[in-house]
Write a protein that binds this ligand. Structure first.
Ligand SMILES: NC(=O)c1ccc[n+]([C@@H]2O[C@H](COP(=O)([O-])OP(=O)(O)OC[C@H]3O[C@@H](n4cnc5c(N)ncnc54)[C@H](OP(=O)(O)O)[C@@H]3O)[C@@H](O)[C@H]2O)c1
Length: 318
């Protein structure tokens, strides 16, 4: 299947409809040759956007280090064909400056991320969260200064509550470095962006990237018969905890899986396709631990139109 690209908000930057994130599966605990193979295969399938953060690993920082190695290895010579994103805002180093979104933390973290990856600049640099303390003006002006210093081409915001997001967009616009993109958790199991964020991104000329489209694996068939040993919920390093694999979620996944089968898709493909068909969503940011998962997920591009009855069946299953 052929990759599709979408214009990110009002910018001139096009992003692949499916992007790959390195939160899990690409850190120091991963099988590096396998991880590198997945990254190269993703690129060969047209995934030109890779999403990092300072703290991705484990250990924190190792996903950036590994991605830098891959850019000098399996992806060598392709820098200008690739959009690399990273973020600062969650705890990364000890003391009061290794966490949050102060100017001190954002600027220092970007410099560390550049050193770890060996890059001269990031394509997109995000405030990873709204920390509730730092004035939005301070965080956004730090992002704008990264652009002016040539350390980032574009800036974005992740997980900002609507009011803070609106303010952030206004400050960034005023600074002459408009907000490129919002990045938020959005899936069949997490519908909160529909209340305000999707519209807010569009009103502000920003794109929207949906992360954890499979709810970390809950929106696949893998938990229908218990928790397999090889799964994020079973892994000691996984952010998905066993107690989040609830009977309610599994029952909904079972019903959704029947809808997917009727469409000739797996549940993962239908969950991704459902996001792809939303005109507010610029790119769906997946994770993949294996080549098979990557290939299956890319298969969502083959059919992302939904008949009204299919959409109704999905809502009923939820
Ligand atoms: N901005 C933020 O705060 C934030 C937060 C979270 C994530 N993100 C970004 O979003 C990216 C994606 O998040 P995510 O990893 O949670 O996405 P996801 O696509 O919802 O979950 C990925 C996980 O689901 C399982 N999986 C994937 N495809 C599968 C398939 N076809 N069949 C069965 N299982 C499958 C794998 O876990 P198993 O190990 O169980 O196989 C995989 O690691 C991250 O890498 C990161 O870049 C951003």
């Amino acid at each position: 299947m052929e990759m599709l690209y979408a214009q990110c908000g009002n910018s001139g930057l096009f992003l692949p409809r499916i992007s790959l994130g390195l939160w899990h599966n690409f850190g120091g605990n991963a099988d590096f040759p396998e991880a590198e193979k997945i990254l190269r295969a993703a690129f060969d399938c047209g995934i030109t956007h890779f999403d990092l953060a300072n703290n991705y690993g484990p250990p924190p920082g190792s996903a950036e280090e590994n991605f830098g190695k891959t850019l000098r290895g399996a992806l060598a010579g392709h820098r200008d064909e690739i959009v690399v994103s990273t973020k600062a805002g969650h705890r990364m180093w000890n003391g009061p400056y290794g966490d949050g979104c102060s100017r001190k933390s954002i600027i220092a973290s970007c410099d560390q991320s550049l050193r770890r990856t060996g890059l001269d600049y990031f394509d997109i640099f995000y405030a990873h969260r709204f920390d509730g303390v730092t004035p939005v003006e301070e965080t956004m002006s730090a992002l704008s200064d990264l652009v002016r210093a040539g350390k980032a081409l574009y800036v974005g915001i992740s997980k900002f509550p609507p009011e803070a997001a609106e303010r952030a967009c206004a400050v960034l616009r005023g600074n002459g470095t408009p907000c490129l993109v919002f990045q938020d958790r959005y899936s069949l199991f997490e519908r909160s962006p529909e209340a305000r964020k999707l519209a807010l991104a569009r009103e502000n000329g920003a794109g929207f990237i949906a992360f954890s489209p499979l709810a970390q694996g809950l929106l696949t068939e893998k938990y229908l018969r218990g928790i397999p040993a090889e799964s994020r919920a079973a892994s000691p390093d996984g952010f998905l905890k066993r107690e989040q694999v609830t009977d309610e979620k599994v029952a909904a996944a079972r019903k959704l899986s029947a809808v997917a089968r009727e469409r000739g898709q797996t549940l993962a493909q239908t969950a991704i396709a459902w996001l792809l068909c939303n005109p507010h969503v610029t790119s769906v940011l997946i994770g993949a631990r294996t080549m098979r998962q990557l290939e299956e997920n890319l298969g969502a591009l083959e059919n992302f139109s939904f008949a009204p009855e299919e959409l109704a069946a999905i809502e009923a299953a939820l």
